[in-house]
Structure formats: C-alpha cells, structure tokens
Design a protein around this ligand. Structure first.
Ligand code: BG6
Length: 634
C-alpha cells in the first residue's frame, strides 16, 4: 500500500534506507518515528523506503514493530492518528539487536541493510542516524567504517545529534574523527532549532521583505535580544545537564543559529553552500569575549527552590536527581556580544537562555532606534520593536506608537501581528520532518558545517573558561518561576536598556487579577506593559511623588509605608499597587518598597486609564480596591 498523498508543496524524498543507530532509545520513539509518520502522511516518503534500526534492546523486527506501535500514539503530533500511514511505515521498519563494541553486530547490520534495499533504488541512498550518546560517536564511526558503510554504493550520509563536543577542543577532535571516515558533505550535524518553521522563516524574512532591508543594520537598530526561556527545570536529565549548563546546551548551538540567520549578509543564492557560507561569515565576525568582557557582559545563574508554572512548588537545581548538591553549573546564561563588521559595528546583541523561568518562550526582539526628531516635537518614541515569536507562539509582530482616539495627541504602544495560526493550516510536527526529508534528499542547508560548529565553540569558549576558573559567588541566585537572576537585568540596565519580557495572554492570565479580565483588554494591555526587575530594599514609589503608573507584582513582596515610615501594609504576588495615584490623580500617598527581589509589570497611568475605559466592570474592581485602601489610610 502506498501512503495517502496530501498536498504539501514538496516532492517525496528519493528512495533510500534510513539506518538508526540507537533505535531502541528515546529519540526514535519520541521524535524520529512521529516525524516519519508525518512525512508518510503527507506523501513525502518514497515507496522504496525502509528503516533499519540497531540498538541494545534484545528485540527482533516483529518485537520492535510491536513496541513502536504501542508507543506511537503517545508521541504522534497530529490530532487525527493516520492509521493508513502508520501501517505503511510499520511494514518498512526492521530491527536487529547489537552492542556498539561488537564488530559482528555491524556486519549483521550491513547484511540487513543490503537485504532490505535488495539492490533496488533504495540501495543507492543510505542515511545513517546516530541517535546515540556522544561517548559512542567515535566507536560507532569506526565500526561503521569497518563494516563498509563508508564505502556503500551511491550516496551515504551520517546524521550526528548534539551535543557536538563539549568545548572547542573536543568539537575539533570529533570533527577530525568524523572526517577520517566521511567527507564533509556526507556529515549532517543536526540542530533541531533549524527544523523550526519560525527559525527558517528568519531567512525568508531577510530575503523576501525588501522594506526591512535598508533598516537592517546598527544605524537603525539599537540592539537585538534573542531569548529562549523554559519553565521546566532539567526534567530528569540532571546527569547530562550538570556537565553541560545553559551555554553549552542552548547558546553555543541553537541561539547561534538564530543569530546567524538574523545577522548574516544575504547569501548569493539559496544554494546550500551559499547559505552556509553566509552564516559562517557572520559567526566569524562575532568577537569572542575577552576575560574582561566575560566579567563585564556575561551573566550566569542557577535556580533555587521556587514555583512551577502551575504554582506548585519546584525544587532547586541542586536538589534535582543526579545533580551534584554543590554544583556550580549554570541553568541560566545571558551574554552581550558584538559583531565586527560594517553592518553591525557598535551594536550589541544580547543572548539569554534559562530553565525554570516564569514563562516558556523563544523570542527575538529587534529594538529599532527612536525617531530622532520625536523628542524635539515633544512626542515620546520608545523605538519600534520587531518581535519574532519563535515558540510556542508562532508569529511576527511590530510594536508601534499609535495615536489614541480622542481630541488629545496622545500615543499608545500597539502591536501589528501576523500569526501563523491565522495564515496557515500547517499541521503540527516534531520539527524533525524537514530535517529528515532534507537529509534523505541530500540537502545540507539546515545542517551545521565544521566551520560553523567550531566557530560557535570559539565564541563561547572564553565564557566557559572564565566560569570554570571562578566558581559563582552566590548560588542559587534566582528562584524557580521568576525572570532569572538579578544580574541579567543589571547587565542591560548598565547599558540603559531592559529585557523585553514578551508577555502573552497565558502568562498574564496566571495572575489572579488578569485571569478574569476580558481577552480584549488583555490583548490591548500586552504591548503596553513595561517589565521592571527590582531588588530587595529598592523603593518603587515614594510618598509625595507625582508619578503616574500602576504596578503588578509577578513575583516578590513589598511593604507599604506611611510618609512617617510606619508600616501600612504589604503587597504580594498577583496583587497590584499604585492605583490610587492613577485613578484619583493624586500624589503618592505612601512609599512602596521591595522586601524581596521583585519582578513587576508597569503600566503607565495614561495607558491604564485609556485601556480600562471600555471595561466598566474592570474599572470598578480597581476603584473598589483603591477606595478600600484610601479608607484604610485614614
Ligand atoms: C535541547 C536542550 O537541545 O533543546 C534542552 O538539550 C532544551 O535542554 C531543548 O530543553 C529546547 O528545545 P525546544 O525545541 O523545546 O526549544
């Protein structure tokens, strides 16, 4: 039976055999088979296609098929399970058990691959997937070579999963090892970020949207922020993570890929060589930090006990299973980098990634410079933002200033947004579909070349060295469920900037107040909020001051003091303060001071008043709180 054909805008991959080393492991069932199922469902696999897996589990082909059949529904990504495509795929799965140090097992694997291809069209196209732990890369390569896989007829390619080395020296050694058995064009180093549509779209955005091209440089752009935030901790992967940390796990690979697409010169063509050349050239222009730069512009953090996204308690990193209780490994990192080329000279790029943070989201924020004449005209322009929502939201958005309806010339931050979900019907995938299809088809565009990988290590190596030499002073330094360590906010504050915490309706709705607010109000509020991280002891509003903003407490605790310094009350997570001055246009009646580190969302009074205008029930709630507090004050 052939798989059903769905229009997917691409041709099926050419006939071939996919050989998975480590086939009985997690990657195969969680990602590879669900991705193959989606490809089969879309008609993107050829009729002459087979999978031959080898792994340590003592199974035969029938046992392997039964196990995958039992697992696939739990990992399939599409709501309607495609039974026909699964049967088609299952009938093409083959398996044999084998230990990686057993040469005879590789000889049997070779025989099995030859047998399924049976000299037919698939025999000329072999894709080997190393779904194995990196300590076996070298051994498995030697075994594959000895069993003749490097000399198979036709084309042969090898996919190598991350981590690709753990520093520059080991990455170079691994490249040498691979290149001793394979030619560069046969090596497909995978970075699953390149399988994400929204990451690939960065290239489309750069190449096919001419209105941005003249602005794409440090003269018009003030800085770029690339953030990958996760709410989860190490999720049972403590043993791996404790030897890895955020720089190795996310920044050296995934965020460097994003940076390369954003910053590279437009390639001469979409030819894989041209695209990969352009990306490599961009990384070559990134200035590796000196030891002094690391001290001044790189920040690390480690999470302590706190809260999970659902509000339940979260353990600290050092209490996670398989983590050294004295571990200094960073679970958060933020780096300021500079690019030495004409386009980006003098403009910083900030990269940050962390686990156990307050929200999940990978976003790129391009902060444009404000209009030079705006201040002279008495208009405030905070600079446009171009936001690429990479995940979980998939969108591109421009934040702009807009005149508020009404007689006054007053401005408000608003957003102009393209959402993938509104424009495309694309079914949800694993992100591996496009990568497997490309590798079977011999298109290396989305895979990392030796020069890219080694340069990415070269850039982060001084950070790894400096941090290894000097253990962090105070760990843990951020509580799970927060915006990360204070030092990260200070890094940008020293440059007169702040992180753009991209809020979503879901992240706002977690606070009890916003949970009940109408979606329209939340949507309008999102671009208007400013994040503010405050340290314990910091005064946020001072009694008698005439400032006009309302504050929402995402995290932390604050005390409210009368002008004479006596205590009036406290404000905690999920609550707000500052509403009196905003609603009654009075000076601040009390001082509000942080008693713990706080993450606050700030809404300017003007914006607040305008936004709640159409929502009398919401305004009434704020007023009720304000009246009650005013009464208590007296
Ligand atoms: C992996 C890291 O490469 O990427 C994980 O090892 C991380 O620690 C993951 O959670 C993030 O991937 P994604 O696709 O969820 O952003």
């Amino acid at each position: 039976m052939t798989p059903p054909r769905h229009p997917a805008g691409a041709a099926p991959a050419p006939p071939g055999v996919l050989v998975i080393l480590g086939a009985s492991g997690d990657l195969t069932k969680r990602l590879l088979l669900p991705a193959l199922l989606n490809l089969a469902s879309d008609g993107l696999l050829p009729d002459d296609f087979a999978v031959v897996g080898m792994g340590r589990s003592p199974l035969d082909t029938a046992g392997f098929r039964a196990r995958q059949r039992a697992d696939i529904r739990g990992f399939a990504t599409r709501p309607d399970f495609d039974e026909a495509a699964w049967s088609w795929l299952e009938s093409r799965l083959h398996y044999l058990p084998g230990e990686f140090d057993d040469a005879a097992a590789f000889a049997r694997l070779r025989t099995a691959v030859d047998a399924v291809a049976a000299g037919g069209p698939a025999a000329g196209n072999t894709l080997l997937y190393l779904a194995i732990s990196p300590e076996f890369f070298s051994l498995v390569n030697r075994q594959l070579d000895a069993a003749g896989f490097t000399r198979l007829p036709g084309t042969r390619r090898i996919i190598v999963e991350k981590p690709f080395g753990r520093d520059l020296a080991s990455a170079r050694a691994l490249n040498r090892e691979l290149l001793a058995h394979w030619r560069e064009e046969e090596i497909y180093r995978i970075d699953h970020y390149l399988g994400k549509e929204t990451v690939q779209n960065l290239l489309a955005f750069r190449l096919a949207n001419g209105m941005f091209a003249p602005l794409w440089n440090g003269r018009h752009i003030d800085h770029i922020q690339i953030s990958a935030a996760e709410t989860v901790g190490v999720e049972g992967r403590g043993g791996y993570y404790d030897h890895t940390g955020a720089v190795r796990d996310m920044i050296q690979n995934h965020l460097m890929q994003v940076l390369a697409y954003l910053g590279m010169e437009p390639p001469e063509s979409l030819d894989p060589g041209a695209v990969r050349d352009a990306k490599a050239r961009l990384l070559a222009d990134v200035r590796p930090p000196t030891a002094a730069d690391v001290a001044a512009s790189c920040v690390r953090g480690q999470y302590g006990a706190g809260k999970q996204a659902d509000g339940s308690p979260a353990v600290g990193y050092r209490e996670e299973p398989s983590v050294d209780p004295r571990s200094a490994t960073e679970t958060f990192a933020a780096l300021r980098l500079h690019l030495d080329n004409e386009r980006w000279q003098g403009m910083p790029v900030y990269l940050r990634s962390g686990k156990a943070l307050w929200k999940r989201g990978t976003e790129v924020v391009v902060q444009f410079r404000p209009e030079a004449g705006a201040a002279r005209q008495g208009v405030s322009d905070a600079g446009n933002l171009l936001v690429f929502h990479i995940q979980p939201h998939q969108a591109v958005e421009i934040r702009m200033s807009t005149k508020r309806p009404g007689p006054a010339f007053a401005l408000q931050r608003t957003g102009m947004r393209f959402d993938y979900a509104d424009a495309f019907q694309a079914a949800r995938g694993t992100g591996y579909e496009v990568l497997i299809h490309a590798a079977l088809s011999g298109d290396p565009t989305l895979f990392s070349r030796t020069d890219f990988v080694e340069r990415a290590w070269q850039i982060v190596q001084p950070v790894l060295d400096a941090w290894a030499a000097a253990p962090p002073g105070h760990v843990p330094d951020y509580a799970a469920g927060t915006w990360g360590p204070r030092a990260a906010a200070e890094l940008l504050a020293r440059d007169g900037r702040h992180w753009h915490e991209i809020l979503t309706r879901e992240s706002l709705a977690r606070s009890p107040f916003f949970g009940e607010a109408p979606p329209l109000l939340l949507g309008a509020m999102l671009p208007a909020f400013r994040p503010r991280a405050a340290s314990a002891g910091e005064t946020i509003v001072a009694a008698g001051a005439r400032d006009d903003a309302i504050y929402f407490v995402c995290r932390g605790a604050l005390e409210v003091l009368r002008p004479d310094g006596t205590a009036l009350g406290a404000v905690g997570e999920g609550e707000f303060f500052g509403e009196m001055a905003v609603l009654f246009s009075t000076p601040r009646s009390a001082t509000v001071r942080a008693t713990a580190d706080c993450d606050l969302l700030v809404l300017d009074g003007e914006d607040f008043r305008r936004l709640i205008e159409g929502f009398p029930a919401v305004e009434a709630r704020f007023r009720a709180v304000a009246e009650a507090r005013r009464a208590a004050d007296r």
